[in-house]
Design a protein around this ligand. Structure first.
Ligand code: GLY
Length: 254
């Protein structure tokens, strides 16, 4: 509707962060210490501007804090410094109870080790968009993995790993972060589009790399500069939805 892709992905991810069914913002998983440490990243492909936060606590919508970082001279802020930056930007801290759901608390009580390999534990959220000016944007937000070591950071706030956008494509990923980091899955998918793949082919090629080079599971969503959408995953599920010009209603799948 004439708005910017960057605003669209931030708004979409905020709404998913507020949905307690997903492992991001409210409903995020807990660390070994029973804490909640959140990661998020956002990128404007037209300007190659990027903002990310990692290991932040008591922030209800980490994606909006990442957007503030994007608008600053920095690219990635972590921990205490990110929290201080939030307060300077007028983002007040929430309470741990605002983020913690009974479902995640019960899972934590039952957990004995990090459960990154369990496909049901993914739940990272993300959005990609192309606007009427041809600008692409991507955003990703997560609580990481259940029972993670304090300070563990996954792919979601790392540019080119859990999210990426340039003039060709925008990508957001979910899955076993360590594998997405070592394989730079988001940047790979962007490069596949740059060499001529459609969004769909690029998503499938990126998942093929994940399957060939690592044991982790996950998925990604892609939109290319022509407005083609693509998504692929090798985990058991990946909830997804999209709308393109001319559609009255979104198409959804799991
Ligand atoms: N993909 C989310 C994480 O591993 O933290």
């Amino acid at each position: 509707a004439g708005g910017s892709a960057l605003d669209a992905v931030e708004a979409a991810v905020r709404s998913l962060e507020d949905n307690p069914n997903f492992n991001a913002g409210t409903g995020a998983c807990l660390t070994t210490e029973g804490n909640i440490q959140l990661d998020a990243g956002i990128m404007d492909g037209s300007a190659l501007s990027v903002g990310a936060v990692a290991d932040v606590q008591l922030i209800k919508n980490p994606i909006s804090l990442a957007r503030k970082v994007l608008e600053s001279p920095h690219a990635l802020l972590v921990g205490q410094g990110a929290q201080q930056f939030a307060q300077e930007k007028g983002i007040s801290l929430c309470r741990l109870e605002d983020l913690m759901t009974e479902r995640q608390h019960n899972k934590w009580k039952a957990a004995t080790s990090p459960t990154s390999a369990d496909e049901e534990k993914h739940g990272t959220v993300g959005a990609v968009a192309l606007d009427t000016f041809g600008r692409l944007a991507a955003a990703t937000s997560t609580g990481g993995i259940l029972n993670k070591y304090p300070g563990r950071v996954g792919d979601s706030p790392l540019i080119g790993c859990g999210f990426y956008a340039d003039e060709n494509a925008a990508i957001s990923c979910t899955g076993d972060g360590e594998d997405f980091i070592r394989l730079l899955i988001a940047k790979r998918a962007a490069d596949f589009v740059a060499r001529g793949d459609t969004a769909r082919d690029a998503a499938q090629a990126a998942i093929a790399v994940l399957g060939a080079k690592a044991t982790g599971t996950g998925g990604l969503i892609v939109v290319d500069r022509l407005g083609n959408v693509g998504f692929a995953w090798n985990s058991r599920h990946m909830s997804h939805a999209y709308m393109i010009e001319g559609m009255d209603e979104q198409i959804t799948g799991v």
